[in-house]
Write a protein that binds this ligand. Structure first.
Ligand code: DAU
Length: 337
């Protein structure tokens, strides 16, 4: 019996679709409306396994389109969970404007809709990148934000609006800040899916700079569970960090992926010119989310090996994505490196 309806914006993307699959699998009283603009990263195949569930519905639309949002909210929505965003740092260096439009303006339009319709909860899915480069220790939610890429700045702009709406208008809002996320259904432009699919195809992998930058890896199912947990149990107006606790250099990740795909270092690794303004290290303190009752469960070695296994099995999913738009992007991004 359905008691709650959640509007999940960006629900055809990587983390959004994991959240939708989890919500329908683990909460029998929840119905989900997915709104997605179906840009390059919004893929109907990501929700195919729940598309026939009577509690699932889909609206094609952009979060910056207020009329479309009103339509999607329709008869009533209890919560809005906003995953919709431009998310790739390298793309934000090529084309910052798209990031401002979706991550800043889109968030504003959604917050206005939340006000008009009086939803019970608005959750903004954000990122540890808003804290900027952290050379030692771990970022807490009370730390100042110091975004350094156009992407991180656009997400920080979204976060600040959400928190300001809570303060000014009493919008019942929450923010989660996740660390680097990996797992099935991730569009193959980010480090792990790009490298795995290149390696499976016998191609080289482009390591930026010295490869000693550090990221903290979180499995997508843990991330999705964390967002659902904060949505249901978080204190309004608060920010919650969701990190995996798996700090690795990019080179460590690369070597592990080479091992898991049975390739060799010498044939695979190509060091290329570094990303401009590249953040050296991110690290999250997750005590606040732990105190709320969430913690990451997926063991990293197993999660990574299963992820490689998934990409090995699901070439039908990623191979079409690596043609067309992706080829143009790859040329623009890597040709001059
Ligand atoms: O930390 C959370 C963030 O993680 C999310 O908010 C972003 O949406 C997500 O893209 C990710 O940002 P990163 O810039 O850390 O992820 P990316 O996969 O692009 O890169 C991870 C690291 O790998 C980074 O240090 C850059 C490096 N890298 C990446 C690519 C695509 C390479 O060395 N070569 C590459 O070709």
């Amino acid at each position: 019996m359905v008691h709650r309806r959640w509007l999940v914006t960006g629900g055809l993307g990587f983390i959004g679709s994991a959240f939708v699959r989890l919500a329908l699998r683990e909460r029998s009283d929840v119905a989900v409306t997915v709104l997605d603009a179906m840009t390059y990263a919004g893929n109907p195949a990501n929700c195919a396994e729940v598309a026939h569930d009577s509690r699932y519905s889909f609206v094609k639309g952009d979060i910056a389109d207020a009329a479309r949002i009103d339509e999607a909210i329709g008869e009533g929505v209890d919560a809005i969970v906003n995953f919709a965003a431009e998310t790739h740092v390298d793309r934000s260096i090529l084309d910052p404007e798209a990031f401002i439009r979706t991550d800043v303006m889109g968030t504003h339009v959604l917050l206005e809709a939340a006000r008009r319709h009086g939803v019970d909860r608005y959750l903004q899915v954000s990122t540890d990148e808003v804290y900027g480069d952290v050379d030692h220790g771990a970022s807490t939610e009370a730390d100042p934000i110091r975004p350094r890429s156009p992407y991180a700045a656009s997400k920080a702009g979204g976060d600040l609006q959400v928190l300001a709406y809570h303060t000014t208008f009493g919008t019942p809002a929450l923010v989660t800040r996740g660390s680097n996320t990996y797992g099935p259904y991730q569009y193959p432009e980010k480090l792990i899916p790009l490298f795995v699919t290149n390696l499976l195809d016998g191609e080289e992998v482009p390591v930026y700079g010295d490869g000693l930058q550090v990221r903290d890896w979180l499995h997508v199912d843990d991330h999705a569970r964390g967002i659902a947990h904060v949505l249901e149990h978080g204190t309004l107006g608060e920010v919650y960090n969701l990190g995996g606790g798996n700090s690795r250099t990019n080179l460590e990740i690369t070597k592990e992926l080479i091992r898991l795909t049975g390739r060799s270092y010498d044939d695979s690794v190509r060091y290329v010119v570094d990303r401009p303004g590249h953040d050296r290290r991110y690290a999250l303190d997750i005590s606040k989310a732990r105190a709320l009752g969430w913690f990451p469960r997926v063991e990293f070695a197993q999660g990574l090996s299963e992820t490689v296994g998934w990409y090995r099995e699901r070439a039908d999913w990623w191979r079409p994505l690596k043609s067309g738009e992706f080829r143009d992007y790859y040329r623009r991004q890597y040709a001059l490196r």
